[in-house]
Write a protein that binds this ligand. Structure first.
Ligand code: HEC
Ligand code: HEC
Length: 205
């Protein structure tokens, strides 16, 4: 009987001393283990893809990538005021040329957003109403993306002024700041780079 009780005590003591020993290193240890879980998550699920797409599906991008000939405005993606339409070169018609109103930077007095080469994405790059998978497929398809290689798309996504404008969208005509995509610019750029580094895999629906 006594022997059996002792056998119980040994593991308890051992465990307690293990706890004591690891306690001092607890912070270090937990930091390391979350790091490895993150790495595992990135390589086994669509983390980077989902983060990247949380920006690409946001109205700040979609308003310029419509499925018809009209740029959209606001969070509810309503058709552009003044009947502004695509025109022949995606930069509007003579009287309503985009650059009559849109300058190289936001105008926070009038509420007109601005960035270099402001214009509507060509009709082949229509993302409005598409799913994440469909947008990514279109984006990587040379016959629809303006003949861009994967490297050029990576560069466009992380450096183009119209893309980066989404994180500095200014204030609208009512004086209210426009909403930014749900992920910070730094996290977005890291996710885009990560997704390409992992082979730009587009998950199914
Ligand atoms: C007559 C002036 C005018 C012209 C021309 C014009 N815009 Fe605009 N645009 C505005 C104003 C003003 C706003 C801001 C409305 C608001 O947010 O309250 C705006 C907003 C936008 C937005 C909304 C941004 C967002 O995410 O909410 C997009 C996209 C846009 N314009 C694209 C275009 C494109 C593309 C063209 C040319 C084909 C164009 N605009 C021509 C005045 C103009
Ligand atoms: C002011 C309008 C405007 C806004 C806002 C905008 N784009 Fe575009 N986008 C364009 C135009 C114009 C082109 C085509 C010109 C070019 O290829 O340089 C384009 C092309 C692209 C392309 C390359 C073509 C393709 O289908 O692969 C990608 C990728 C892209 N945009 C991503 C984005 C993302 C992501 C956002 C939001 C974070 C965004 N755009 C916001 C106008 C816009």
């Amino acid at each position: 009987m006594k022997k059996i009780r002792l056998l119980y005590i040994i593991p308890v003591v051992l465990f307690a001393s293990m706890l004591l020993a690891t306690d001092f290193d607890y912070e270090n240890h937990s930091a390391k283990s979350t790091e490895t879980t993150n790495m595992k998550a990135a390589s086994t699920n669509n983390d980077n893809f989902d983060k990247m797409m949380s920006a690409l599906t946001h109205p700040r991008c979609i308003n310029c990538h419509p499925s018809d000939n009209k740029p959209k405005q606001g969070m509810e993606e309503h058709p552009h005021y003044f009947g502004v339409a695509r025109g022949e070169d995606d930069h509007g018609f003579a009287a309503t040329n985009c650059n009559t109103c849109h300058q190289e930077e936001n105008n926070d007095f009038s509420g007109v957003p601005g960035a270099p080469h402001w214009g509507l994405a060509p009709a082949s790059m229509n993302w409005e109403g598409l799913s994440k998978t469909e947008i990514a497929t279109s984006m990587m398809d040379k016959s629809r993306n303006g003949g861009k290689s994967p490297n050029e798309i990576l560069k466009h996504l992380t450096e183009d002024p119209l893309v980066l404008w989404a994180w500095e969208p200014g204030i609208n005509a009512a004086g209210i700041p426009r909403e930014k995509p749900p992920i910070s610019k730094e996290d977005y750029i890291a996710a885009v780079k990560g997704w390409f580094a992992e082979g730009a895999v587009i998950p199914g629906e």
